[in-house]
Design a protein around this ligand. Structure first.
Ligand code: GLU
Length: 478
């Protein structure tokens, strides 16, 4: 066990948490915890043009809701500007960076017709006197990293293996911008070093730029961290192909998934397995505490994982089933209260929905048969198993209507007893009677709960009203 392991999650505050970012945070956290190490949260907000109000809260809340606890932070990069400047100056002194005074015009002239073009290193050769003069004139400048002209820079990524790049291909990237803010390319390296980060876990979009970061470590004479670049999360396209997971595939932010009725535990469990698999077990359900024990880097897959909404729904339905009735009711009844009239038996309805919905957003659809008077097809009354036809159902309903109208008590057990008694007296089969009543009340064949449970939920008035309506429809059409 490597107990001094320290990882970090370093999101830019964009205002939402993409599920891929949450996975990065989770793997980073789990790697640290699996080794008894520490996990740091750092907010990378130096791109001032992309600031979003309230975005830091979104990150902090998301991690909290997901059960990812940081040991240090949040560090905020915009509050650490002096530190970055100090380290940039050190690089200038050691000859690994230089001030560049080139105007936008000049930089534009280096670009080809597609607007692409690197920097030609013009300011590398300014003499100290020229630099002083420019500074005295208060000319704006950036600080650039001086890339080696020759040689190759290599590192070994834990997932992808060796990554090597010819130094001649590396641009003299900007470390400090003209506004005084550092670029991500620079300050994340400084912070990772100063914060003692041993393992950098992040999306693979940084795989090929990492040699540049390695050169910064080398320039300072610091040990490089271990790099773990995670394969992309993909979404399934309509045409059967896959592409980078984005909004057109469905909800892609943690907040949106929660708003669609997914439980945080289910999302975390599902994304933990999206690109990682535990050793020696087929177990699929894990709490975050279990994951903290089990996680290991060698379980991370090199191939891109495909986000499967159906699978997430399945996970979610299993997590919903595991909720206590009380917890489920607490979430469901307020939603039902908004959709249905309060004199209905919402507690019983909630009980029926508990094993039947896969996400809380299913509630509205699953009670449409109550809120709306749906058109009913006469064929619904035909059921082979129970040997019903529309004519038989019409006769059953005609018999049952006065009995139900006179029912003393209106609850599931009493109604069941009343209908059983009717079966005994009439010689009709319970299956047929229940079928007729259930279809009449629900106006659909698949329902949560049976005939008497539905009547209990609907209440006396609405049940009788629907049976009367069914009877008149059946009399006209059967
Ligand atoms: N701020 C960067 C991002 O959100 C972090 C990348 C990293 O982890 O180094 O993509």
């Amino acid at each position: 066990m490597q107990t001094n392991i320290k990882t970090r999650f370093a999101p830019s505050p964009t205002g939402y948490m993409h599920i891929g970012n949450l996975r990065t945070a989770l793997y980073s956290y789990l790697l640290a915890k699996s080794q008894g190490g520490k996990f740091v949260l750092r907010i990378e907000d130096t791109d001032r043009s992309r600031l979003v109000e309230g975005a830091v809260e979104v990150i902090v809340d998301t991690l909290k809701t997901a059960g990812i606890e940081y040991d240090e932070g949040p560090y905020v990069q915009s509050e650490r500007l002096d530190i970055y400047r100090e380290y940039a100056e050190k690089l200038i002194e050691s000859g690994h960076a230089y001030r560049c005074f080139c105007t936008q015009e000049r930089l534009d002239s280096l670009k080809d017709e597609k607007g692409i073009g690197g920097y030609d290193g013009f300011c590398r050769s300014l003499t100290p006197e020229q630099v002083r003069e420019n500074l005295d004139k208060k000319l704006p400048y950036v600080i650039r990293q001086k890339m080696p002209d020759k040689g190759v820079t290599k590192y070994t990524d834990m997932i992808y293996g060796e990554v090597a790049i010819d130094n001649s291909e590396l641009n003299d990237q900007i470390l400090i911008k003209a506004d005084g803010y550092p670029t991500y390319n620079f300050c994340h390296v400084i912070d990772d070093y100063l914060m003692g980060i041993t393992h950098v876990i992040r999306g693979n979009e940084y795989l090929v730029s990492t040699p540049k970061y390695c050169l910064l470590y080398d320039a300072f004479g610091w040990d490089r961290p271990v790099y773990v670049h995670l394969p992309l999360l993909m979404g399934k396209d309509g045409d059967g192909n896959v592409s980078k997971l984005s909004k057109r595939h469905g909800a892609v932010s943690f907040q949106d998934l929660l708003a669609e009725g997914y439980l945080p535990e289910a999302v975390v469990n599902y994304i933990a397995l999206l690109g990682w698999c535990p050793k020696d077990t087929n177990q699929e359900f894990f709490t975050i505490k279990e994951l903290e024990k089990l996680f290991s880097m060698d379980g991370i897959s090199k191939s891109p994982a495909v986000f499967d909404y159906e699978k997430l729904r399945w996970f979610n339905s299993e997590y919903i089933k595991k909720m206590s009735d009380e917890e489920f009711d607490n979430r469901t009844i307020p939603v039902l209260e908004k959709l249905l009239s309060s004199d209905m038996n919402l507690k019983r309805l909630s009980g029926l929905l508990h094993t039947r919905i896969s996400a809380f957003s299913d509630i509205e659809d699953s009670v449409k048969f109550i809120t709306e008077l749906q058109p009913v097809d006469m064929s619904f009354y035909t059921n082979k198993k129970n040997k019903t036809t529309p004519e038989i159902c019409r006769d059953i309903l005609a018999d049952c209507l006065p009995i139900l109208e006179q029912a003393e008590k209106w609850d599931n057990d009493s109604l069941f007893a009343v209908l059983k008694e009717y079966c005994a007296n009439s010689g009709r089969k319970a299956g047929a009677v229940m079928w007729a009543v259930r279809v009449a009340v629900a106006r659909q064949t698949v329902t949560p709960g049976g005939a008497t449970e539905l009547m209990d939920i609907f209440g006396r008035e609405k049940s009788i009203e629907r049976i009367k309506l069914a009877l008149s429809e059946l009399s006209e059409n059967a």
